[in-house]
Design a protein around this ligand. Structure first.
Ligand SMILES: Cc1ncc(COP(=O)(O)O)c(C=O)c1O
Length: 299
C-alpha cells in the first residue's frame, strides 16, 4: 500500500546497519548475531520480551520493565538465568557497545532456549534460556496520524494465552494487523470478548471525550507501562481519566484518540473504520499529554 504508515516507524539511521547485539553474554556485530534453528523462540514463540527506551542516558521506567519481565518469565515458568542486576548490566553493556546515550530503543528477548529435538514439550529445552538484546538508534517518525480498523480478532480471556503476557507468540496480534492493513488501515483496533473497545494490536488505546480521557478497564490488554504513565499524568494534572468499558459508538464520536507504547509514546489517531476522529489531527489533550510525558522521560 503506497500510503502505509506503521506505528513503529522511525527516522532512517545508517548507524543501525552496524549495530552490536547482545547474544547470550557476548556482544557481536549484527551480521553475526544469530540463534539456533532449534531455539524455542524461533520454533514455537516460547519466550517473553520487553521493549525499553533510553532518553538522555537514562532507561525510562526501568523498574517497571524489570518487574514485568520477571513476572512474565515466572508466569511461563522460564528461568531467565540472570537476576535483575544481571539483566540491567546486559542492557548497559549493549548500550556501551553501541555508544548510545539517547533516542535508542532496546528489544530484550528471553526464550526457553535451544531444544534437543524439534517438538513442543518444554522439557526438551535443556540448555538454558536464549537472551538477545537488539538496541537501535530510534527517533519515532510518523508522517501523519494513524488510521485504525476494527477487526474480528479479539483480545481473549486470561486462560487462553493471557493478553497481559508480552509473549513471543504474537500471532493473534499479527493476524489482527494484517486484517487492518487489508481494510486500508495502519493498525488494528481490537475488541474484548464483550465487544467493548480494548486495545490495538501493538499499543494501548485511549479516547478523549469532552476533555476526559478514557481507556479500557485494563482487562484483556497488555498492562502497558506507557498506558499507566498516561493515567498517572492525567491524575497528577487534573485531567479527568476513566478506565472503563466503552463501545465503538463512544469511540467514533470521540474528540480525539491516541495510542500509547514505549516506542512511540503517544501516537495520534485520525480515523477509525472510515470515520474521522475529531478534526483528524492531533487534538489538544493528546498534545498536552505528549508534552507531560516528554517532560517525564527527559526531566
Ligand atoms: C500488545 C501491546 N500493547 C501495548 C504495548 C505497549 O506497552 P508499553 O507501554 O509497556 O510499551 C505493547 C508493547 O509491548 C504491546 O505489545
Amino acid at each position: 500500500m503506497a500510503d502505509r504508515q506503521i506505528t513503529h516507524a522511525s527516522e532512517e539511521d545508517i548507524r543501525n546497519e552496524t549495530l552490536m547485539i547482545w547474544v547470550n553474554g557476548r556482544v557481536v556485530p549484527k551480521a553475526e548475531a544469530t540463534v539456533s534453528v532449534y531455539d524455542s523462540g524461533f520454533m514455537l514463540g516460547d519466550g517473553v520480551w520487553e521493549g525499553l527506551r533510553l532518553y538522555d542516558g537514562r532507561w525510562s521506567f526501568l523498574d517497571e520493565h524489570m518487574d514485568r519481565l520477571f513476572e512474565a518469565a515466572k508466569a511461563i515458568d522460564l528461568d531467565i538465568g540472570l537476576d535483575r542486576a544481571g539483566v540491567v548490566a546486559a542492557l548497559e553493556q549493549t548500550r556501551a557497545a553501541n555508544d548510545m546515550t539517547t533516542d535508542a530503543h532496546a528489544r530484550l528477548m528471553v526464550t526457553r532456549g535451544v531444544k534437543t529435538r524439534p517438538f513442543q514439550h518444554p522439557a526438551l529445552s535443556r540448555q538454558g534460556p536464549t537472551i538477545v538484546i537488539i538496541m537501535e538508534h530510534s527517533t519515532p517518525k510518523i508522517a501523519r496520524p494513524v488510521r485504525l480498523a476494527t477487526v474480528p480478532h479479539l483480545r481473549g480471556l486470561p486462560m487462553t494465552q493471557d493478553p497481559k503476557l508480552n509473549s513471543h507468540s504474537k500471532l493473534n496480534c499479527i493476524l489482527a494487523c494484517i486484517a487492518a492493513e487489508k481494510a486500508g488501515a495502519d493498525e488494528a483496533l481490537m475488541l474484548d470478548i464483550h465487544g467493548f473497545v480494548n486495545t490495538t494490536n501493538a499499543c494501548n488505546f485511549f479516547i478523549v471525550r469532552k476533555g476526559a480521557v478514557w481507556t479500557s478497564t485494563g482487562d484483556y490488554c497488555m498492562n502497558g507501562i506507557t498506558r499507566q504513565k498516561v493515567i498517572d499524568l492525567c491524575r497528577a494534572n487534573d485531567i479527568p481519566v476513566f478506565e472503563r468499558n466503552f463501545s465503538l459508538v463512544d469511540t467514533y464520536g470521540a474528540d480525539e484518540a491516541f495510542l500509547t507504547g514505549t516506542f512511540g509514546a503517544q501516537t495520534p489517531v485520525s480515523e477509525i473504520d472510515g470515520r474521522q476522529i475529531g478534526d483528524g489531527r492531533m487534538g489538544p489533550v493528546t498534545q498536552r499529554l505528549r508534552a507531560l510525558y516528554k517532560a517525564l522521560v527527559t526531566p
